[in-house]
Design a protein around this ligand. Structure first.
Ligand SMILES: [Zn+2]
Length: 315
């Protein structure tokens, strides 16, 4: 029955990066140097993990050319090769060494460094996809300056797609990680299960979610999380869709699952409340009509899309 629930209308926000990641170029330092020097290459600055946006009402990423970016690259800031689009190389680089980049230096008057999550509701699809890749990588480099095996300094390699330990006796290679998270809408008798975390705004409820643990299948993680957080027992699990979530580097794996025992017993730790909501109320909440009673996450969040697909189904 769960397989009659429709999938999403299109790629989620933060998916759909338009670049060809050109993995084959990463191990060719001479080619990467050529692209770094090319006059048509584009560079996206990040300051304290915030990308630069054009000034104006609807945020668009503000790319700069090599004359602005290369002095930073030459100083040894973190940078990454993101890929090609129509033959043009795209890079991201970290300018967190600047104290007030919007007031002085090459970015003064060029735009605003904005928190990507705050801007997510008004990003266009391509920019969100580009942020998902570049923000996760810049963040990873900023956290991995030392080897997790021996503690020695690490160096960026492969045009930013790996780091290597500088200790000759260690030489460990480190690669960016993606952390899988299950996010699931449990359903039962025409209702869906939504929970509230203590920091949510008033009346906000969302799908339950949690990190997959080592040695655990997707289905097992869904069943464990729903039981741990809400005390509800789940049977069938149906994969719906997935969403990159660069805060800092998760992959949200969206599922819809069916409860076999629907009594709620909230853990009181991650959730402060969980409830079964009937479909009419949830449908109106999606349309923003019941904000004094139920407020669900906005459309850029996969939780919203899970709820929307269920509402559109006969299940
Ligand atoms: Zn090491």
């Amino acid at each position: 029955m769960l397989n009659t629930i429709p999938g999403p209308d299109g790629p989620h926000a933060f998916a759909g990066n338009p670049l060809d990641r050109s993995e084959h170029l990463r191990g060719k330092p001479e080619k990467i140097q050529e692209l770094l020097a090319a006059s048509d290459s584009l560079f996206l600055p990040y300051w304290q993990l915030k990308p630069l946006f054009d000034p104006g009402e609807s945020p668009r990423l503000h790319w700069v050319d090599g004359t602005v970016a290369r002095p930073f690259v030459d100083q040894g800031v973190n940078w990454v090769f993101l890929g090609l689009r129509d033959g043009r190389a795209h890079f991201a680089f970290d300018v967190s060494i600047l104290e007030e980049p919007e007031r002085e230096g090459p970015f003064a008057g060029q735009g605003t460094f904005l928190d990507a999550l705050r801007a997510a509701g008004s990003l266009n699809h391509e920019d969100a996809g580009l942020i998902a890749q570049s923000k996760s990588l810049i963040d990873w480099h900023s956290r991995r300056g030392f080897c997790s095996v021996c503690g020695s300094p690490t160096e960026m390699r492969q045009a930013g797609s790996s780091r290597h330990c500088t200790n000759e006796d260690c030489k460990a290679q480190h690669f960016p990680r993606t952390d899988p998270v299950v996010i699931m809408l449990a359903i039962s008798k025409g209702r869906c299960l939504l929970g509230r975390q203590p920091f949510f705004p008033p009346h906000m409820f969302s799908a339950l979610a949690g990190f997959i643990e080592p040695g655990e299948s997707l289905e097992e993680a869904v069943r464990r999380e729903v039981q741990e957080e809400a005390g509800v027992i789940v049977g069938d699990v149906h994969y719906h869709s997935s969403q990159p979530w660069p805060f800092p580097s998760s992959l949200m794996i969206g599922c819809i699952c069916e409860a076999t025992e629907d009594a709620i017993d909230v853990d009181g730790d991650e959730l402060e409340e969980a409830r079964w909501f009937d479909k009419d109320l949830v449908r109106e909440a999606l349309e923003g009509k019941r904000s004094d009673e139920l407020w669900v996450p906005p459309p850029f969040a996969i939780a919203h899309q899970l709820i929307r697909s269920w509402v559109a189904s006969d299940v």
